[in-house]
Design a protein around this ligand. Sequence first.
Ligand SMILES: NC(=O)c1ccc[n+]([C@@H]2O[C@H](COP(=O)([O-])OP(=O)(O)OC[C@H]3O[C@@H](n4cnc5c(N)ncnc54)[C@H](OP(=O)(O)O)[C@@H]3O)[C@@H](O)[C@H]2O)c1
Length: 444
Amino acid sequence: MKAGRTIRIGLCGFGTVGQGVWKHLTASRRRLEARLGTRLEVARVAVRDRRKSRTIKVPAAVLTDDALAVARDPRIDIVCELIGGTGLARQVTLAALAAGKVVVSANKALLCAHGAEIFAAARRSGGHFYFEASVAGGVPIIKALREGLVANRFPLIYGILNGTCNYILTRMAAESASYQEILKDAKALGYSETDESLDVEGWDTAHKASILAFLAHGAWVTPNRMIVEGIEQITPVDIKTAESLGYGIKLLAVITRDFAKNELSVRVHPALLPRDRVLANVNGVFNGIAVSGDVVGTTTYIGRGAGQDATASAVLSDIADAATLLTTGRAVALGDELGQAYASANGGPVKLAPLERIRSRYYLRLTVSDEPGVLARIAQVTARHAVSIASVIQTAAARAGTASLILTTHESNEKAMRATLADLARLRSVREKPLLLRIAEFTD
Ligand SMILES: NC(=O)c1ccc[n+]([C@@H]2O[C@H](COP(=O)([O-])OP(=O)(O)OC[C@H]3O[C@@H](n4cnc5c(N)ncnc54)[C@H](OP(=O)(O)O)[C@@H]3O)[C@@H](O)[C@H]2O)c1
């Protein structure tokens, strides 16, 4: 195709992200077009309700409520799926790919649930699929993994991928306020998803972790095969105690690969991160990712993980890549081509690491009866599972007649800790569900 042609874009979804794309495309159209050597036109915009009042006004002739018609429209070159969810969004994506179009998506839930199907459809039809906005909003982490770090293998990737959880934990730390209080504010400010469990229980982070693991290791690990734990149980006491020990608490996605054993682990959980780590100081709604590559060492990426403008920046970067592809025929490898190349260069498809090989130090908070002999009974349980205690701190408990015990352990593993927790929960003197956090002392 000749340079100077007009590339037609269909926006399916015109909510927060869709309107951001329109706004910034309009504002920077001349600059983008000059760089790309093509004209860019948003030819169709699909919404659910055409009569809804919107900040950005779109000519009536451009607006439709038939997203599938946009996906199939032969005049459209690039389809941006900005609807969300896994229903219509999947149909739109597959229809556009089947028609050989380039699809740009911000939809982590769709990619996590149907990524293999989507990439297969793209390969079959010669379509292409770009998804920079699906992880960490405006932070170009997909491009970094796919292009900038292409020479590397990745023994460790960890990151803060959910701005809502980071906002809650940051304010809990700054104000000694409870999780419930700050969650209320996060909702009022529009930071959390309508269904907050997606954020605070770790599922949104798990979707993004799945995408990063796929890009880096060529395997789709769905959340039901990960450890996924959220932040709901964390109290100001945990944050204060962690601080006194030299740590901050962050909800992390952690992706580790043992190349010798060809084992991969993908997990999402709150963790104590040493204060001197860059990511321990990534606060508020910001996201941060530390990527350790065997060639480059560790590189760190920080920025706004969501919001209209940051997400539009990522979508526009994909639109620019798509326009280059359409005008020059040149494309960087799709995510799965890279992933498969990693897999075959490392002894075939990667296996998930068994729980006994996922190792860490641990932080354990127990609410116990305030009576003699309790610590000895707890120590018997930990010893039975070869979990060695590193420190014990007693803090004031909320209820009379109880005490709060915080233990840290030397390095152990997930299997031993699960067994320990199950046995501790059976002790009569343990009065509430224990809280287990990992101590993330990565050697990166
Ligand atoms: N918001 C963020 O900060 C952010 C960041 C990164 C990634 N993302 C991802 O980006 C995607 C879009 O998010 P968003 O925040 O922009 O969502 P949103 O504000 O809820 O917008 C969704 C849009 O989809 C349209 N839509 C829904 N059902 C439709 C249907 N049946 N037919 C046609 N259009 C339909 C809606 O139409 P109406 O306007 O008529 O209701 C709306 O315009 C999601 O996958 C999300 O996970 C969002």
